[in-house]
Structures are given as C-alpha cells and as structure tokens.
Design a protein around this ligand. Sequence first.
Ligand code: KDG
Length: 316
Amino acid sequence: MNAQNGGVVTLGESMGLLTPVEIGRLRHARTMRLGMAGSESNVAIGVRRLGIASTWIGRVGADEFGALIVRELLAEGVDVCVAYDEAPTGLMIKERRTSQASKVTYYRDRSAGAQLSASDVDVERVRRASVLHITGITPALGAGPRQAVMAAVESAGAAGVPVSLDINYRSALWKPGDARDFLAELVPKCEIVMGGEDEASLIADAPSPLELAHEVSDLGPSQVLIKRGSLGVIAVIDGADYQVQPPKVTAIDPVGAGDAFAAGYLAEFARGLPAPARLDVATRAGAFAVTVLGDWEGSPHREELELLDRPESVVR
Ligand code: KDG
C-alpha cells in the first residue's frame, strides 16, 4: 500500500435507481427494480470488494432513498461520510430499450447530492488516503460540487495524495465547452486520468487512442488510461505503452463497467502493484460488471477474479 493507508477516498452524488424489469419503453413497464447508482459510490464498493479500504463523501436527502444508499454502502463495508440535506435524494431511471441498449434519465436537478459543498469534504480523510478519486460528474452538478471537488483536490495535493480522475462526461448535465474549461484546470493536478476515447477528446486531439493517451499525459498525468469497452484498455503509464484485452464475457448491462474498471485499477494502485497487474485487475473487474444487471452489483470480490479464466461454468 502507498504511504497513506486510508485507501481510496471519493466524493460525488449517489441516487436512487429504478430499472424496469421489462425490456422496452418505460411507459409499457409495470414493474421496477429498486436500487442505487452513482459512479463514485460504485467505485467505492468495487475497491472495498477487492480488499482495500474506501470512503464515500456525499449528501443524500433525509428520505428512504437516502437511507437505502447509506445502508447499502455500509453493508458493503464502505466508510460513509454523509450529510443529510433538506432536498430529496436524486433519482435515475435506467430504461432497457432493447436487450443491448439502455437509456438513462436523471431526476437530480436541485437534488441533495447537488448541494455538496467544500465544507462537506473531510480534509483528514483525504489526507490519509492512498488515492483521491473524482469524476467529471460531480463538477457538472453545480458550483457547490465543483468547489467540493477542487477543495478535495487541493487537500490531496497539499498532502502528497495522488488524484485520480475518471472524465465520465455526462452530456445531460453540462455542455462540452464547460466541461472542457473545468477539465483544463483539473487534469494537470491529476496523476491518473481515465476515460473513453470520446471523453479524452474533450481535452486532447489525436488520431489514435495511444496518441490520445500520450497527448493527455503531456498535460501532466503520468497514468492515462483510454477505456475501450470490450476492446479493453490502451494506456500510457510512466512513459510506457500498454494494451490489455479483457476476458470474453456475455454482456447483459454495460452501465457501471467503467466504475468497476476504475475500482480494479485503483485497488491495485493502492496496494502498490505494478502497471500490468493494475490493468489486468481493472479489465477483469470491468468484464465482471457487464455480466450482471445493475451499476455495481457485478463488481467482483478478490477471490472471484480468476473465475473468468475457467472453462467450467459451474463451480461445485
Ligand atoms: O457509471 C455508472 C453511473 O453512470 C451511474 O451509476 C450513475 O453516476 C451516475 C451518473 O451520473 O450517471
């Protein structure tokens, strides 16, 4: 583990999640599955399942969705640093339009999570972290969350804690120009940056994923990971190039794969493992996540990591 042993600390909005059981348009659905979503809490759970401490900082409403989120995170062993807000907990609906295509709708305008502020950031927890993980979703929620992200990043920087950023661009939450401006300020303060090709293209311009990774790395981060879904990852880490393909799986629900990937990478980074081991666990964790319905439920526990290598599908 790195010098600090508080594991992975992250902050952001978690929401109630409603997913129709039926495939098709929401208007025809009659039954909904109830759960929770939130990129940062997904990562916190994924990291914890791999045996590394994790902390989630955020706001929820004093309502049943808020209680569900806190209860679920505590059950997963995540250290929860939560404030309760007068505003309601945000909601996300994940419509499965076809068995392969999902559509996400947010009900999170003026939600509790969007009231996050710099004063919610527990500086001590950030200082003790092995790594601070943030995403591009939190700054898209408003001025308060943007300040909270910057406060956490400054505290991490002052304590020598590396910062990891998943660009996670959400077009429903902000415009590309606003994202670009914020990222231009943020990316040079990060040691690890990950994102899809389209997301990395918000801050760099190159004809191939590898060149894109190098361009982003030239902005400051020493570890840049371009996530490519079922094609795996292309990365530049401390000047060396990597390309890793994930194990083959049958995808059921792609949402949350990027968070499981981030969790795998960060857990191994926090353990002080070298780049190939980090990328191996990251791609495995991402592959696990797509095999299960839900944004975080499929994230693997450490003892399951080899499961995808086995030709036998029944373990007895
Ligand atoms: O990465 C999965 C997330 O998209 C999901 O859990 C919800 O955080 C979320 C968001 O803002 O889309």
